[in-house]
Design a protein around this ligand. Structure first.
Ligand code: PMV
Length: 322
């Protein structure tokens, strides 16, 4: 009754920002991401008949009550789905700066979904694992798969799952994460996105933006056009963040360093280097480019932010059993 799983984070190129069903965790729109090799979570789950409650350890420490409840609620879903009555030991190690917009919840819930399911003795399809991971965190739906992944919004539990568009991505697409601030963010993605759905007057336009961007980015992926992928991802990210500014009250995840990084990338782009940025629910900036330009971009960013604040990431694999 035990299993260990490793799942990698993903960064959305067409963002998920808002739910249409809070209980079933159904998103308002489809989304599309790249799973990264660099950031991942390794989680071991062991069901134990002698336990009186779940025992959860994250990065060597007993989980804080709020986190422990979220993990335990998720385990209860797994117990119901697979008829397990025991509580579990959960040991999780994150190779991701937590809660700073580097999607630690994506790799965490993908790894937990897989480890708990496998520990219960079941090996469902990855599509089923993806549906389960969705109940922990929306972005985790996509981290079950490697490479470029689409999450179909769906209309109910059965139809909302991720699917790989291209699992082994080998046409030069890469990212550099600029680690501007790895402290825990003030506005959670969960709180931020629902506030926007409820109060941002641009939300109807966002649904149309995503529809068009999904079609365009799938064409760009089919052509292996890194430039076009980056361009679509950057405009999509800016439009997502515009929703936040237009909410009531308005807010932003950007800080002055975020804006400085965006200006540097814009500048490089004007000088003929093909690079683009995307940001999530935190101040960190992820740069999208072709690996041929890595050195130029890395050196420019290292002069501004320090090489120790940069992480080069390549496309990564889907969830695996260790
Ligand atoms: O599922 P969550 O709560 O990690 O929200 C993810 C939200 C974004 O990272 C901003 C966008 C995305 O599609 O990953």
């Amino acid at each position: 009754m035990k299993a260990t799983a490793r799942a990698h984070t993903n960064i959305a190129l067409v963002k998920y920002w808002g739910k249409k069903d809070l209980k079933l965790m159904l998103p308002q729109t489809d989304s599309l991401s790249l799973t990264l090799d660099r950031f991942y979570t390794t989680t071991k789950v062991e069901f134990d008949p002698t336990l009186k409650s779940d025992q959860i350890q994250i990065d060597g420490q007993i989980a804080k009550p709020k986190v422990a409840k979220r993990v335990s609620d998720f385990l209860t879903l797994v117990r119901e789905r697979y008829q397990v009555s025991d509580f579990a030991h959960v040991t999780s190690i994150n190779n991701v700066p937590m809660a700073a917009g580097l999607a630690s919840s994506a790799s965490a819930f993908a790894a937990l979904a897989a480890a708990a399911t496998w520990a219960s003795g079941h090996h469902p399809t990855r599509q089923d694992l993806s549906r389960l991971a969705r109940m922990g965190s929306g972005s985790a739906t996509r981290s079950i798969f490697g490479g470029l992944v689409q999450w179909h919004a769906g209309v109910d539990d059965a139809t909302s799952f991720a699917e790989p568009i291209e699992e082994s991505v080998d046409f030069g697409l890469e990212m550099i994460a600029i680690l501007i601030d790895t402290r825990e963010k003030k506005v959670s993605s969960r709180g931020g996105m629902q506030h926007v759905v409820e109060t941002s007057p641009y939300y109807p336009a966002w649904r149309e933006v995503v529809k068009a961007d999904m079609a365009k980015i799938k064409m760009a992926i089919a052509k292996h056009d890194v430039n076009e992928i980056g361009h679509i991802a950057q405009t999509n990210a800016l439009r997502m963040h515009a929703l936040n500014l237009a909410a009531d009250p308005g807010f932003t995840y950007f800080n002055s360093q975020t804006l400085a990084a965006m200006a540097t990338i814009d500048n490089l782009h004007e000088c003929g280097v093909n690079c683009y940025y995307t940001m999530d629910a935190g101040p960190n900036v992820k740069v999208i480019y072709d690996q041929a330009d890595r050195e130029t971009i890395f050196n420019t960013l290292a002069a501004q932010f320090g090489a120790d604040h940069l992480a080069v990431a390549k496309p990564g694999p889907g969830v695996e059993e260790l």
